[in-house]
Design a protein around this ligand. Structure first.
Ligand SMILES: [Zn+2]
Length: 156
C-alpha cells in the first residue's frame, strides 16, 4: 500500500488585491446573478467566463418546478460559450451568488456536477481554466479546475 497526498493550491485575495482583468470578471459575475431564475432556492448564482479571444460570457442558474430540468450557473455559461464560440477555450471562470439580499459572504464554489463539466472543457481545450470563487469580501483563486476535483472521471 502506498499512501499519497493530493495538494490543492488556493490563493486568497481581498477584492482590492485583484488585477484589473479579475476585478472585471468578478463584477460581471456579480451582475450575472440578476439573470438567475431561482424561485425555489432563492440562491441566485452568477458566472462570468473569459474566453481566449477576449469574449466574456455570462451565466446564471435556471431553476424549474421539475427540479431536474433546471441547471446551474456554471453550466449555463459553459454551454453558452460552447454553442457560440466552439473553437475558443474558457481560460477563466468567476462564480458568485446573491442570497438574502447580498452577495454571499463566503466564496461560492461550484457543485460536483459543474466541476466535472468544467474539467472536460479544460481537458478538451488543452488550456488551464483559472477559477475565481467569489464572496462579498474575498476571492479564492485556483489555477486549474482540476484543483476543484482531484481524481475526476476522465476518459481522455
Ligand atoms: Zn453546479
Amino acid at each position: 500500500m502506498t499512501e499519497k497526498t493530493i495538494n490543492t493550491r488556493v490563493r486568497e485575495y481581498a477584492y482590492d488585491e485583484l488585477d484589473a482583468e479579475d476585478r472585471q470578471l468578478v463584477e460581471i459575475a456579480r451582475e450575472a446573478t440578476r439573470g438567475s431564475y431561482a424561485p425555489y432556492s432563492h440562491f441566485h448564482v452568477g458566472v462570468a467566463l473569459l474566453l481566449d479571444n477576449g469574449q466574456i460570457i455570462k451565466g446564471a442558474n435556471q431553476e424549474n418546478a421539475a427540479f431536474g430540468a433546471g441547471t446551474c450557473g456554471e453550466r449555463s455559461a459553459l454551454y453558452n460559450a460552447a454553442a457560440n464560440y466552439p473553437d475558443n477555450a474558457v481560460i477563466k471562470l468567476a462564480v458568485t451568488a446573491f442570497h438574502n439580499g447580498d452577495i454571499v459572504p463566503e466564496p461560492c464554489a461550484p457543485c460536483g456536477v459543474c466541476r466535472q463539466a468544467m474539467i472536460e472543457f479544460e481537458t478538451k481545450s488543452h488550456k488551464p481554466m483559472k477559477v475565481l470563487l467569489v464572496g462579498r469580501d474575498r476571492v479564492l483563486a485556483l489555477d486549474s479546475c482540476h484543483d476543484l476535483l482531484p481524481l475526476a472521471f476522465d476518459e481522455f
